[in-house]
Design a protein around this ligand. Structure first.
Ligand SMILES: Nc1nc2c(ncn2[C@@H]2O[C@H](COP(=O)(O)OP(=O)(O)OP(=O)(O)O)[C@@H](O)[C@H]2O)c(=O)[nH]1
Length: 400
């Protein structure tokens, strides 16, 4: 992007005449300033000093009041009319004010042009300005002091040139234009680099946020899945338990009992009896159903189951074996001990309210596990029960 400073000669521009009088010369000049141009008529006289006349255009930054920083400027252009008795150059100077070793001085930058007679537009690259050899000779302090410095340019000077004969010259200066860049290439690259880094950073952050959001989403989903699995496993356990529970009485059913018995007989041998099995069957239950109805029969079953559970030990398992038949699995119990428990249950049966009124009795078959498998164990208990029924019911029979 270009930045332009335009100067139109006028009374306000502050253009003034310079000539060699100050250095001891004799050249004469007359300056006329009109709106839009400044005219200089000059008669140069040879003398001991370099003879010249010229314009000096002050350059000031209106905001700071200092000279112009032309470091970022690229060109100087102006309209100039040239008339002279002789062929001559015109010298263009830029005066840079600077401080060195605590002292103020003016660094001169210069570029000659070779004007054609009459009016022409001149365009000069600022990079073509150089420090004249006379300035280096008289003012430069060392080698490092020979470069240009356009950071604080306080004046533009346009003077008659190198032809040292006596001459009459007319110079008319029109519009002056200084063109520059808002930022110079180095800065532009720096800002571009900065912009690039910012884009990379923003992209990185955006990706990081996106990945974090995904991570959080997947974590949330995992948590949901975990909860669902837990729920399913609870439901599965519930169904598994249900499949091993009798829905009417809440006792373990035959499937559950079978699993329990298998586990029991597999336990490593312990001292003393391993287990005993009590089978009990309600006597003439069919008649209960027939007399009081099936629902009342169910109530008897439910209350009897509760009675059996309340009278057996914690480690015993009460099983609804099927229909009106129950089993009690008693770990680490001998046949004798189980018979006593069965006897106890038989005699206390009237405690069951639903049973008492109907004069219900039960028959019991008891068998201790003797080490020849669950089926054989069960058959022995069943045979004892059959015997109890056959011998008149309402009794306990212990298998051999
Ligand atoms: N209310 C009810 N009755 C059942 C249930 N399961 C089986 N029963 C009944 O139990 C009775 C069993 O009758 P039987 O096998 O003849 O035996 P019993 O009448 O008890 O005679 P004994 O066992 O020889 O003393 C049948 O009438 C079945 O309908 C049940 O869940 N509820």
């Amino acid at each position: 992007m270009n930045y332009v400073v335009e100067i139109e000669p006028s009374a306000n521009t502050g253009i003034y005449l310079t000539n060699d009088i100050h250095e001891g010369g004799k050249s004469e000049g007359a300056l006329l300033i009109e709106e839009g141009f400044a005219e200089l008529k000059c008669k140069t006289h040879t003398s001991a000093v370099f003879a010249y006349c010229g314009f000096l255009v002050p350059l000031r930054d209106p905001e700071t009041g200092l000279g112009l920083n032309l470091s970022y400027f690229t060109s100087l252009s102006f309209d100039l009319t040239f008339d002279s008795d002789v062929r001559d150059t015109v010298l263009i100077y830029l005066h840079g004010e600077e401080f060195r070793m605590g002292e103020s001085r003016t660094r001169i930058h210069m570029q000659p042009i070779n004007p054609m007679p009459g009016m022409a537009h001149y365009h000069l690259e600022l990079s073509d300005f150089f420090i004249p050899s006379w300035w280096l000779l008289y003012f430069a302090q060392d080698q490092s002091d020979s470069g240009t410095n356009l950071r604080n340019v306080i004046g533009l000077q346009i003077t008659t040139g190198d032809n040292r004969t006596e001459k009459n010259t007319r110079l008319a200066l029109g519009n002056i234009e200084l063109k520059g860049k808002w930022i110079y290439a180095g800065q532009l690259y720096f800002y571009l680099l900065l912009g690039g880094l910012a884009i990379v950073l923003i992209r990185g952050l955006t990706s990081a946020f996106r990945y974090r959001a995904k991570y959080l989403e997947s974590r949330e989903r995992s948590a949901e899945l975990y909860k669902l699995n837990k729920l399913l496993s609870v439901e599965r356990d519930k169904f598994e338990n249900l499949s091993k529970t009798d829905p009417l009485t809440g006792c373990i059913n035959r499937a559950g009992a079978r699993e329990l018995l298998e586990r029991l007989v597999c336990i490593a041998p312990t001292e003393g009896p391993k287990a005993a099995l009590i089978l009990l069957d309600i006597d003439h239950f069919k008649q209960i159903n027939d007399s009081y109805g099936h629902e009342e029969g169910d109530r008897v079953l439910v209350e009897l189951a509760a009675y059996l559970r309340s009278r057996s030990r914690n480690e015993d398992a009460v099983v609804r074996w099927g229909g009106e038949e129950f089993a009690i699995i008693c770990p680490q119990t001998s046949g004798q001990q189980a018979s006593l428990l069965a006897e106890h249950l038989r005699t206390r049966l009237p405690e069951v309210i639903a049973v008492q009124a109907k004069g219900i009795t039960c028959s019991f078959g008891v068998a201790e596990f003797v080490g020849s498998g669950v089926e054989a164990w069960f058959r022995r208990a069943d045979a004892a029960l059959y015997q109890a029924k056959a011998e008149g019911r309402h009794r306990v029979v212990l298998a051999d």
